[in-house]
Structures are given as structure tokens and as C-alpha cells.
Design a protein around this ligand. Structure first.
Ligand code: UDP
Ligand code: MG
Length: 333
């Protein structure tokens, strides 16, 4: 199908949300029709096995704005978002959970912030949450850490309700479970104007949550990966190489000192203990071995990043005076 120019794409990833879909669709339609948007609703069925796809088929038959993609199996929310982003053709793209916990009534204001206030991305903030305490308390810590580590001042990184300028979703790649860190990915891609809007949150009406408590462990591990990749992904040797060299040097100097001391004792006829009786011997040995290992890790990292396909992928914001220059913003080189 030829891509039309649309004002808005609502992307909603879902896994077994059969009961919510009709209500959600009606609600989004109501809001969008009232605002007069040219819009599409993209449901990405992440391998549901509760008949969600039949519901989407029915909705799509009834409403031309409803589009559906179905995964062969359950891949996860991030892959679902990624594919939804690729298929979206709206100037503004809004993501929204399909479980009716996010309110479509927030759409007009989010769209306005992107269009008129010039935000690249606006993240929802569920200031008042209707989730069990086992989720809200760890989530506070999680957001605090994420704020400190990434330097992005958001209260609710993982809110499903977010709005993006089209260029943002076309230039980031959400993979693994990185949907929690889309603001970080956006910042990394050079989109600086990231805002926040308090959004209303609702109790889950149908179905159950798809993420257990393991979300927090995975969330922290992913935070480490995402910050590491941001800082050193393209130059692993700078981290591992410097750490490794430093460690090796410390170990080497300690071993050298032990050796020189031994020789000096022998030379002066002082009974010298075996170097192996000194704890420093073992410490220096370990430091040298670990140092070499770290250095090797850095070197291997360099080899890996050298052959990565996006090693030379830069986002060009503007171009001047080239032949047949187009008015393309944030174009991929
Ligand atoms: N989801 C998905 N694939 C998955 C898990 C979840 O598409 O593997 C969808 C889910 O259907 C919902 C959204 O992601 O639309 C958020 O999930 P959920 O409501 O379970 O998370 P919570 O609100 O508990 O954080
Ligand atoms: Mg939910």
C-alpha cells in the first residue's frame, strides 16, 4: 500500500488483550475524530493466543484506520514497538499499551506538545498509579537510578504512553527489552528535546500484567548495557584498555619491587624470605593476569565494533549546497 501522509499513528503492542481491544479502538477513534486528525491505529499482536488477532481482524474490517501486524510468536514488547515504528506513517507517533491503562484522552495534548512546543519526544508520567505496591515502590527506585545514570530528567521512563516526532521513531532501534529506555536511545540518537507530561493512569480492567517482578532485575541489567553502549559502545578499548593497562602496571610494579628487594637482601647477605611468602606476590600476580584479560576484552570489543553494520551510521540533521538537496530533516546518511 502506498504510504499516505497522516497526522498521527497510534502504535499499540499487545499480548493477549482480547477484551480491551474493542473498547480501546472506539475510544481512540472518538478522540481522533473529534480532533479531526488523519490517523491510523497500528495494533501489533505479539503472538497472542487468546484470539486477540480475530478481534483485530474484525476491527480492521469495520474501520479502515485500524491496521494490524501479527507476530509468529511472542517476541516481547520492544520488538513489537520496533516493528510498529517501522510501519507507522504519521507525523506524530504515539505508543500506548493495549490494556486500557493508558488513556486516549491524553492524545490531543501530547500531539500539541510535539507539534507546537517543538518536543522531539514526550514521555507520559503516571504520577498517580493504579498498580500494586510491589510494582510502584521498586519502580520509584528504578526511575531514580535511571535518572542519575542517564542524566535524563524523567520520572517515569517505562510509561507505555509516549509521543514522538516521526524522525525519532524512524532513527532508533528498540530491541531486547529496551522499551524501558527509549528516551535514552532517543537522546543517544541526538534528539535533545525530551519532555514529560503527567498522564492519567487506570486500573487494569481486563486480563493480567505480562511482566513479573523479574522486570526490575532485567531493567537494571539493561540500564547497565544501555549506558555502557552509549558511552563505550563504539570505543570499548578506551574503557577496558585503560583499566587493563592500569591494573597490569600496578601488578607489574609490585612484582618488580618484590624482586628488587629480594636481590638487594641477597646482595647484602641478609637472609631473605621467599617472594612467594609475601601476600603482595599473589596480589601482583592476580593484578597482572586480570589486567591482561581486561586488555584482551577491550581488544575483542574493538574487533566486534569494527565489524558492526552501524559503525558509520550517523544522523544528518541538515545539508547545504549539495546538488538536488532536499528539505530532509534528521535523515539517515
Ligand atoms: N506486551 C506485549 N508483549 C509482551 C508483553 C506485553 O506486547 O511480551 C504488551 C501488553 O499487552 C500491554 C503492554 O505491552 O499492551 C504493557 O504490558 P503490561 O500491561 O502487562 O505491563 P504493565 O502495565 O504491568 O507494566
Ligand atoms: Mg499495563
Amino acid at each position: 500500500m502506498a504510504k499516505q501522509k497522516l497526522d498521527l499513528s497510534v502504535v499499540s503492542p499487545l499480548y493477549n488483550e482480547r477484551e480491551s481491544l474493542p473498547e480501546l479502538t472506539e475510544w481512540i477513534r472518538r478522540v481522533c475524530e473529534k480532533e479531526g486528525y488523519a490517523y491510523e491505529i497500528i495494533f501489533v499482536d505479539d503472538g497472542s493466543n487468546d484470539g486477540s488477532w480475530q478481534v483485530i481482524e474484525d476491527l480492521a474490517a469495520r474501520y479502515p484506520e485500524v491496521r494490524g501486524i501479527r507476530f509468529q510468536r511472542n517476541y516481547g514488547k520492544s520488538p513489537a514497538l520496533h516493528v510498529g515504528f517501522q510501519m507507522a506513517s504519521g507525523e506524530v507517533v504515539i505508543t500506548m499499551d493495549a490494556d486500557l491503562q493508558d488513556s486516549p484522552d491524553e492524545i490531543p495534548e501530547l500531539v500539541r506538545m510535539i507539534r507546537e512546543e517543538g518536543y522531539d519526544m514526550v514521555s507520559g508520567w503516571k504520577k498517580k498509579r493504579y498498580d500494586p505496591i510491589s510494582k510502584t515502590v521498586p519502580s520509584k527506585f528504578f526511575n531514580l537510578t535511571a535518572r542519575m545514570v542517564t542524566g535524563i530528567k524523567l520520572h517515569d521512563f517505562n510509561c507505555g504512553l509516549k509521543a514522538y516526532r516521526r524522525e525519532v521513531v524512524k532513527s532508533i532501534e528498540v530491541y531486547g527489552e529496551m522499551h524501558r529506555y527509549i528516551p535514552v536511545l532517543a537522546k543517544q540518537a541526538g534528539f535533545r528535546k525530551i519532555g514529560e507530561k503527567v498522564v492519567q493512569h487506570r486500573k487494569r480492567k481486563y486480563g493480567v500484567t505480562k511482566f513479573g517482578l523479574s522486570r526490575f532485575i532485567k531493567g537494571y541489567l539493561d540500564l547497565i548495557s544501555v549506558t555502557f553502549i552509549t558511552k563505550f559502545g563504539k570505543r570499548p578499548m578506551h574503557l577496558f584498555g585503560s583499566l587493563g593497562s592500569l591494573m597490569f602496571l600496578v601488578g607489574f610494579l609490585a612484582a618488580l619491587w618484590l624482586g628488587i628487594r629480594k636481590l638487594w637482601f641477597l646482595n647484602h647477605g641478609i637472609p631473605a624470605p621467599l617472594v612467594t611468602t609475601s601476600p603482595y606476590f599473589y596480589l601482583s600476580l592476580t593484578a597482572m593476569i586480570l589486567g591482561t584479560q581486561l586488555f584482551m576484552a577491550g581488544f575483542l570489543g574493538e574487533l566486534v565494533s569494527r565489524s558492526s553494520s552501524d559503525r558509520n551510521r550517523y544522523l544528518v540533521e541538515k545539508k547545504l549546497n549539495f546538488p538536488r538537496e532536499k528539505e530532509v530533516i534528521k535523515q539517515v546518511l
